[in-house]
Write a protein that binds this ligand. Structure first.
Ligand code: SAH
Length: 354
């Protein structure tokens, strides 16, 4: 079966031609998949029946099935657990902000980066997602909510730079005018810091925001939290961010999850100030979301505030990220993890208000 959902318009033309069909059918097909989010070939009523049959024999639309949707009573955040055609499950999150609706998508089923505080990595990597499967998360949510999605963050399970080609393809497709035509400036890609890939990404001619998961201001602490720090130093990662800024003009954000007693001390804040003082960028603080399998605790609100004030006083651009959906397994990979361990604990097929 050919994965036509991941094809660029020009590739779809070639595919349609190979089926012995005229070129304009590719345009119709692309519109059905990427603008009308068709779930089956049968819906594509302006295509001849015999072509629809040919398509169902040769091509797959890889439509995602929601296993469950959890809705936060606190803020209306919706967390989706989707099943892929091969049985793998992934999570996506829909969040409402005053500046528009945002969807956080997964880029891989599982993850092999091994960050100690992250639930996505506990079972390792199953596989990378195709561009079509990343688009599918957004299409499905758009249909299910009936609301426009204006921002996309690639901050769900998985390491985007470990699925490089598909991520770049996904970004080009979702921002393409034949598709959702989403502004690239409204897309954020978060990476744990795979330096050579970040540099390659800077050369793609894209206008997306890059976020670096920093989480520490010295290499020793970072190594304790993130195995990737054994491969690349903080300096190398920050230099790659500077290169990204130089090439794209886009300011990089730094993610900093605060873990009590590990990376939230005044000394660590001092080191962070020294690191970032002469760099362009923005720090996003978030108290670590405790994961049952891990023994890290979140910083107390007072410690978070103190850390923020210290950075601010020294001219660093900083915000405390509003936590969304904390009551619905909000952190990366928590819902998928719970489902894998005990499917009964997740109400299948229904929307659960928590
Ligand atoms: N692999 C990418 C995207 C991962 S998730 C990356 O590493 O950036 C997006 C962000 O959430 C990352 O900054 C990640 O480190 C952070 N994160 C993961 N688990 C978390 C948890 N339990 N609490 C707080 N932040 C977490």
């Amino acid at each position: 079966m050919t994965d036509i959902k991941s094809m660029f318009p020009a590739e779809l033309e070639v595919f349609v031609k190979e089926l012995g069909e005229p070129k304009f059918r590719a345009k119709q097909l692309y519109e059905w998949i990427h603008r009308r989010h068709a779930a089956s070939f049968d819906e594509m009523t302006n295509l001849p029946k015999q072509l629809r049959e040919k398509l169902s024999e040769n091509a797959s639309l890889c439509v995602l099935q929601p296993v469950t949707v959890q809705v936060s009573r606190l803020d209306g955040t919706r967390k989706y657990l989707f099943r892929l055609p091969d049985g793998n499950c992934i999570e996506s999150v829909f969040m409402r902000y005053h500046h528009g609706n945002s969807v956080c998508i997964s880029s891989q089923a599982g993850c092999r980066m091994g960050c100690r505080f992250c639930a996505s990595t506990i079972g390792g990597l199953s596989r990378s997602l195709t561009a079509g499967e990343m688009l599918g998360q957004i299409y499905r949510i758009t249909e299910e909510t009936g609301e426009r999605v204006s921002n996309v963050v690639i901050m769900g399970s998985g390491e985007p730079m470990d699925n490089y080609d598909n991520i770049v393809r996904f970004i080009r497709m979702i921002s393409g005018e034949e598709g959702m035509n989403l502004s690239q400036r409204n897309i954020t890609v978060s990476t744990c810091g795979i330096v050579p890939k970040m540099r390659e990404f800077a050369e793609e001619g894209l206008q997306v925001t890059l976020a670096l998961s920093l989480h520490a201001a010295d290499d020793e602490t970072r190594k304790e939290l993130m195995p990737i720090a054994n491969r690349y130093t903080i300096k190398e990662a920050l230099d790659a961010c500077a290169y990204y800024f130089e090439k794209t003009g886009r300011r990089v954000s730094y993610e900093y999850s605060l873990v009590a007693g590990v990376n939230d001390t005044p000394e660590e804040a001092d080191r962070l100030i020294r690191l970032l003082r002469h760099r362009n960028g923005h720090v996003n603080l978030i108290p670590v979301n405790p994961v049952t399998e891990r023994n890290y605790r979140e910083s107390a609100p007072a410690a978070v505030q103190r850390f923020k004030n210290q950075l601010e006083k020294n001219g660093i651009n900083v915000t405390i990220r509003r936590e969304m959906g904390r009551d619905i397994d909000g952190a990366c990979g928590q819902l998928r993890r719970r489902y894998a361990e005990d499917p009964q604990s997740v109400s299948p097929g229904e929307t659960v208000e928590k």
